[in-house]
Design a protein around this ligand. Structure first.
Ligand code: DON
Length: 618
């Protein structure tokens, strides 16, 4: 393996369809309401047998209307970045659970000339945020304070991020890229069964806030599938942004309305916070590996994402092993042990590298991988109680010490409780991938964190995130995804919370090969890693790489989550090796990916049927 770190990482820390020819992969029978989870996951997806082929370009997202918005822009001569911006704004209208202008995320761009850049538009803690703001007088984290309502909201980055990407890498104008979203908000669209079910399931949270209740719950009367869902207030906000640019959101009427609402309800975000918000253009992380006779370059997300470091560390650990398939318990064993170690290091060392030293060089060094690998039993499960974070310092070549390195281990009771929570938790985030005819590629994951974020809708008709929960509310207390984190990820003004989102692009012998990423909280890391192993290491075709059963181990709790489709015989074998398995009642991740056929160059749209993803190409 060969790892390329951004120079800044080593020295100090980081700075600052013609016609649509392809059909959406749809279940034959549209599922009924009960078959959707609140995150839009489907109980019985129809696994599409093959990817959607496009000779020129492809857009894959959670929603057909959003994928179509991307294709519309590509056909107007926009490039992949324009299309990605169009999809981002369109999802804010048609997938309000996760698509957003009140949240944040990451966009990984790889232009056809080989330039790869990471647009970090993650939310930030407001200036008045404090380290212990979620801890009550009894010294315990106050339930719900970081996940619902005004105190849970970080300064949104999406409008800045999409506008930045458009300006620096797009070909059209922001207004042109936003046109499909404005149309969808103004004219409305037929509400799908998935969204209708999800809105009902989230009525408890959304009903607590007047604008959410009015817009998303029809004042408690709910919407039915098939009804036209219009969002005129959101349309007006998008029109102002299209006309005035991102300044509208960060200093104009939208900013004034948002901060006035915050002030009325005890929120923290001020005009100064919005004015201070900046997109960070970062260099992605890169690792190169050999598998099946080809050289694979994994271009992935740097901090404040934890995902790039986690999967490169896992791939480094796995390097000498020959993985066969997920019907082979030995292969699953090795991948689970690599995940366990990468997640233990995530918990201890990762945070916002603009403020804290993340020992990336150490964590990604070959020698460190060898040390971590040496702790893997060839056959049996390790114990997360015994395998904690490693010591990357000797390989890090830095004078600086990481902020966090020790975190409390869990009691068995706490581990069991959190295992249950982690298995059930179905938050919502959304990932999409775009490849254009010239070979420019975009991988984008963005979020409100939980489904519908904080559940607060602004007077300007958009939902606000609850991303503050991704910080360490208190070392040793897990967040909503059961993740334990260290003081490296402590709350402080202007800091960005550690994320698992990790848009990723894979090259085969230097050429664009696979665009991937996922929602799913910490499960993002496992789902994305598995999609890459399936495509590159195991040689599955694009759709099989998405359909294949997934599994997840996040160090604590000491449990392996497996999908309902995970092979029974392998599960039994793993239990005999000492693993504790838990079925993740629903699915792990929603990987909307695009492969490139190495022979024909065709774009292979591989939507994830778990949430009824949609590939559109031409
Ligand atoms: O940035 C993160 O890691 C989380 N806010 C992502 C949340 C998520 O993926 C919700 N689930 N599907």
């Amino acid at each position: 393996m060969r790892i390329k770190l951004p120079a800044t990482f080593i020295a100090v820390n980081l700075f600052c369809c013609a016609a649509i020819v392809c059909a959406q992969a749809k279940p034959q029978q549209p599922p009924t309401r009960r078959e959707y989870s609140s995150a839009g996951e489907i109980s019985h997806p129809a696994w599409p047998p093959a990817a959607v082929r496009g000779a020129h370009a492809m857009v894959v997202s959670d929603e057909a209307l959003a994928s179509e918005a991307g294709v519309e822009i590509l056909k107007k001569d926009g490039n992949a970045v324009d299309a990605a911006v169009a999809v981002g704004f369109a999802l804010a209208v048609v997938e309000p659970e996760a698509g957003n202008i009140g949240g944040g995320g990451f966009m990984l761009v790889r232009m056809a000339d080989g330039r790869a850049r990471f647009v970090d538009y993650r939310e930030e803690a407001p200036g008045r945020a404090t380290r212990n703001m979620y801890v009550g007088p009894d010294g315990k984290v106050v339930r719900g304070r970081s996940t619902l309502g005004y105190l849970s909201i970080g300064v949104p980055g999406t409008v800045a991020g999409l506008a930045f990407a458009q300006k620096h890498f797009g070909k059209l104008t922001l207004a042109e890229d936003m046109a499909p979203a404005i149309r969808l908000a103004k004219d409305g669209f037929p509400l799908g069964a998935k969204l209708a079910a999800s809105l009902r399931d989230s009525a408890d949270r959304l009903g607590k806030f007047s604008h959410s209740n009015e817009i998303y719950l029809n004042n408690g009367k709910f919407y039915s599938a098939g009804e036209i869902f219009r969002q005129p207030i959101l349309a007006a906000t998008l029109e102002r942004i299209a006309k005035n640019g991102p300044g509208e959101f960060y200093a104009g009427k939208t900013a004034q309305d948002l901060t006035a609402q915050m002030a009325r309800h005890g929120g923290l975000i001020t005009m100064q916070d919005l004015k201070n918000y900046r997109v960070h253009l970062r260099e992605p992380l890169e690792g190169t590996y050999t598998a099946r006779g080809a050289k694979w370059t994994i271009i992935s997300s740097p901090p404040p994402s934890s995902g790039g470091i986690a999967i490169l560390e896992a791939l480094n650990i796995l390097e000498p092993y020959k993985l066969k398939s997920w019907d082979d318990a030995q292969s699953v064993h090795l991948v689970v042990e690599a995940m366990r170690r990468a997640f233990a290091d995530r918990a201890a060392f990762l945070g916002d590298s603009d403020f804290t030293h993340v020992p990336a060089a150490g964590l990604l060094s070959e020698k460190y991988a060898a040390e971590r690998r040496a702790t893997i039993d060839p056959k049996d499960a390790s114990s997360s109680k015994e395998i904690g974070a490693g010591n990357p310092a000797p390989f890090d070549h830095s004078e600086r010490t990481p902020a966090g390195s020790t975190i409390e281990k869990l009691s068995p009771e706490a581990a069991a409780a959190w295992m249950e929570a982690a298995a059930k938790k179905s938050g919502h985030t959304t990932h999409y991938s775009v490849v254009d005819a010239a070979g420019n590629a975009v991988s984008n994951t963005y979020t409100l964190n939980d489904s519908y974020g904080s559940a607060v809708t602004t007077t300007d008709g958009f939902l606000l995130n609850d991303e503050m929960d991704d910080f360490t509310s208190q070392p040793g207390t897990p967040n909503m995804f059961g993740l334990l984190q260290s003081k490296a990820n402590a709350i402080a003004p202007g800091h960005r919370p550690l994320s698992s989102m990790m848009p990723t692009i894979v090259l085969r012998n230097g050429k664009l090969s696979f665009v991937t990423g996922s929602p799913g909280g910490p499960r993002i890391i496992s789902a994305t890693l598995l999609s890459i192993l399936n495509w590159a290491w195991l040689g599955m075709d694009a759709q099989a790489a998405i359909n294949a059963p997934r599994f997840h181990q996040q160090w604590m709790p000491d449990v392996v989550l497996v999908e309902p489709s995970f092979p029974q015989a392998v599960a039994k074998d793993l239990e005999q090796r000492g693993y504790h398995l838990a079925s993740r009642q629903m699915w792990i991740g929603e990987v909307e990916a695009i492969g490139i056929d190495p022979k024909t160059g065709e774009r292979l749209g591989a939507p994830d049927p778990r949430r009824q993803g949609a590939a559109r190409g031409y």
